[in-house]
Design a binder for this molecule. Structure first.
Ligand code: DX5
Ligand code: ZN
Length: 216
């Protein structure tokens, strides 16, 4: 498939969120990437349901929800109601990952699993056929604008092999420090979806940067 681009709203202008959402609506971007942080799983707090519900009202593209929270099972239904297309949970936050992923799918929502930089791809061997997407974190989660961790390329290659060997349908998403300099390498390694926050929103022409990421 052609790769997708998912701008991360974490780097958007929260005083003018509507403007940035309309920019993404009118751009070549494919999904909205929403980062939900609880101040426990990661050392930062982002935004919650009231904001997501408002975003969903005007967003014309699927909402890709990245949960950086402990005990995500408690809130799955509310994220679905808030408008989620995809809900991704951290491997490191789920004691019963198989149950959590199927609970998401039972709600009619796509289910993703996220690996922190220190979490090995081989740990997915027994779950890869149950997931719709694997998100490889290429920074330690919690903040936008961090430096890309090079080992992520190797992890994406390993994940692409695992998906091929198991005939899994899982998509590969990469998140953190993605820019126009590493995007080609990430796509060559097997990435399907590029998440980008700082690269898009700190550029002079965000629509143009989305187009550049899309047209690689
Ligand atoms: C980090 C978030 C990312 C973040 C990416 O915890 O999961 O989605 O917004 O931001 P950049 O692209 O600026 O690294
Ligand atoms: Zn994210």
């Amino acid at each position: 498939m052609n790769h997708l681009v998912a701008p991360s709203l974490l780097s958007a202008d929260f005083l003018n969120l509507e403007k940035d959402i309309e920019m993404i609506n009118a751009s070549e971007a494919d999904w909205f990437h929403l980062d939900i942080m609880d101040g426990v799983f990661v050392p930062n707090i982002s935004f919650g349901f009231p904001v997501i519900e408002k975003i969903a009202r005007i967003a014309k593209k699927p909402l890709d929800i990245h949960l950086m929270i402990v005990d995500p099972d408690r809130y799955l239904e509310r994220f679905k109601k808030a408008g989620a297309y995809m809900i991704s949970v951290h491997y490191e936050a789920c004691t019963h990952l198989h149950r959590t992923l199927h609970a998401i799918q039972d709600l009619g929502v796509k289910a993703g699993v996220v690996l922190n930089p220190h979490t090995a791809v081989c740990l997915l061997e027994d779950i890869i056929k149950d997931v719709d997407m694997v998100l490889i974190m290429s920074v330690n989660p919690g903040f936008g604008g961090q430096k890309f961790i090079e080992n992520s390329i190797h992890k994406i290659e390993q994940l692409r092999s695992l998906i091929r060997e198991t005939n899994s349908q899982a998509l590969i998403e990469v998140d953190g420090g993605v820019d126009l300099g590493n995007a080609v390498q990430l796509l060559n390694a097997g990435t399907d979806i590029l998440v980008a926050g700082n690269t898009i929103f700190s550029s002079k022409n965000p629509t143009g940067t989305i187009r550049e990421l899309k047209q690689i």
